[in-house]
Design a protein around this ligand. Sequence first.
Ligand code: HEM
Ligand code: HEM
Length: 125
Amino acid sequence: MTGAARQFFILALCYAVAGMVLGIVMAASHDHGEMPTHAHIMVAGWVMSSIFAFFYHLFPAIGASRLARAHFWVQSVSGIVLVVSLFFLLQGNDQIEAITALASFGFLIGMLMFVWNALPVLKAG
Ligand code: HEM
Ligand code: HEM
């Protein structure tokens, strides 16, 4: 794996480990207050990053492009800020909500960049 594929797969593995550790802590403590954080780390983190990784692996020319690299940075920075700030928000730090909201928009912009990068594949038929 090279380029954005490799970057996304490394990110996916980090999300998987972090999300599972949080899941085990939640289960062991019988405190499921961080369920939305765990759910987003696992699905928006581990699963989505894996899908991006395999897409860019399947289409290496797109994966090596500047646009794919840009997509990685927007999606990863916003995603990490999203789940970390969500964790602290759910711990009762209400003042962090604006950062979570901003990161959500960053995450959406990342997704739109992926749609743009994936379009040539659809056009090629
Ligand atoms: C070490 C493995 C895992 C542990 C210990 C764990 C633990 C938990 C716990 C305790 C909850 C809260 C359940 C509740 O309050 O109803 C939960 C929810 C959830 N988990 Fe995990 N989990 C693990 C792995 C995963 C994986 C691999 C995924 C997805 C790829 C995942 C996705 C979710 C989702 C989406 C929810 C929210 C479910 C809902 O909305 O009802 N989890 N998990
Ligand atoms: C722009 C980014 C996103 C925002 C702002 C967002 C927001 C939310 C909100 C407000 C909830 C309800 C939480 C609750 O009731 O406590 C939720 C639940 C959930 N979201 Fe997202 N979401 C985003 C992206 C995603 C993505 C990309 C995925 C999956 C690929 C996803 C998967 C889920 C799942 C599985 C749940 C149910 C888990 C739970 O109830 O805690 N979300 N999301």
